[in-house]
Design a protein around this ligand. Structure first.
Ligand code: 13P
Ligand code: SF4
Length: 352
């Protein structure tokens, strides 16, 4: 079965456009004070904090300590929808906040900063994507959750890396041809696994695209007993070297269930916080982004995830003026249409 990104411009973000973001380093006392004020502020707001595995470890700990949740993007969506709090704080990137708002339009959804973007979302402009869909009306439109509300509203299905294989396999069994966006590497991986007929958009994640197979082969020689855990937004040559390929939650599970004592991990290094918490006796090593042809400005760390700092979170929960600029708003018409493929994904997951 063929995979094609032909006739499309390359929507990968050029390395020089990736923002350089260096969080300010804080001493322990300052961090502890900020954490105490944030915990009080979350309570005063009647909010729940939901964090992704890639954000600052202290922000992840705060989510859990205040009755919230840390997870992959699929579980973040489900948790935000099912939680009774009227105010939801999402520590992650914009598409995660938008997903929470689309699923629960009656709730108020805030993020520490609305500048936290995602190269996949930015690499899929809705007008261009709509034109692409219109050229292929015979295809079922499946989009990754890492997209804008408008792009979701143009789709038949939304998927995350936790459920993409199952959903595309299901569509293949129904004989459907698929138009996939935006991640070409994840799309290629799903196509190879399912043998579905897929036409791919040409976007990429600026973090995962930089993992290098040749340097990884060299590192495996240094640690021959290590297992390799890879997120499928990585290039095929890196995926081929993996012992476990999967979403962030699959990576967390793999680290706990495999018997190895050493792991080489090809995903954002923010996840090391949870990996080390759950496996204090195991060793975790970053997969290489250096080596021949390295261009990354965001080597193994997403600059937008890094924007979820304690200081911005503290401002969000204590300063109403700042907060008013951090609320996720989605056009209700677009939101209602985007909710359909999101509900379809969550219903599919519930049934399977
Ligand atoms: P997960 O759905 O696996 O959490 O991934 C989200 C993401 O943005 C990976 O880069
Ligand atoms: Fe997007 Fe990549 Fe950052 Fe995930 S790590 S939010 S896919 S840019």
């Amino acid at each position: 079965m063929s995979v094609s990104t032909q006739n499309l411009p390359d929507y990968t973000m050029p390395a020089q456009q990736v923002p350089l973001y260096e969080p300010e380093s804080l001493d322990d006392k300052t961090r502890d004070d900020l954490k105490a004020r944030i915990a009080e502020g979350i309570k005063a707001m009647g909010a729940v904090l939901i964090a992704h595995y890639y954000v600052d470890g202290d922000v992840q700990d705060l989510a859990e300590a205040t009755g919230g949740f840390v997870s992959d993007s699929l579980e973040m969506a489900r948790y935000g929808r099912d939680h009774e709090a009227a105010n939801v704080i999402v520590a992650g990137v914009r598409f995660m906040g938008e997903t929470a708002k689309i699923l629960s339009p009656e709730k108020r959804v805030f993020m520490p900063t609305l500048k936290a973007e995602c190269s996949l979302d930015l690499g899929c402009p809705p007008d261009k994507f709509e034109a692409f869909c219109n050229e292929h009306p015979d295809r079922t439109v499946v989009v990754y959750a890492n997209t804008s509300a408008k792009v979701k509203s143009l789709s038949d299905w939304v998927v995350t890396s936790s459920c993409a294989l199952d959903i595309v396999g299901h569509l293949r069994d129904r004989g459907e041809k698929i138009l996939w966006a935006p991640d070409k590497y994840l799309g290629d991986y799903i196509q190879k696994q399912t043998n579905a007929d897929m036409l791919l958009w040409s976007g990429a994640c600026v973090v995962h695209e930089e993992f290098k197979a040749k340097a990884l082969i060299d590192l495996k020689k240094v640690y021959p007993d290590a297992a390799v855990l890879v997120h499928p937004e990585s290039p095929a040559s890196v995926i081929e070297l993996a012992d476990v390929v999967g979403s962030t939650s699959a990576i967390v599970k793999g680290a706990s269930t495999l018997p190895n004592e050493t792991f080489i991990v090809a995903t954002d290094r923010g996840i090391f916080h949870k990996l080390r918490q759950l496996n204090p006796d195991k060793r975790f090593i970053e997969a290489p982004t250096a080596g021949d042809g390295a261009t990354c400005r965001s080597c193994a760390h997403c600059p937008w995830m890094a924007m979820n700092e304690l200081q911005t979170l503290e401002r969000l929960v204590t300063d109403e003026t700042y907060r008013s600029g951090c609320e996720i708003l989605v056009d209700p018409k677009i939101g209602a249409r985007a909710k359909m493929p999101l509900d379809r994904m969550l219903d599919f997951q519930r049934r399977s």
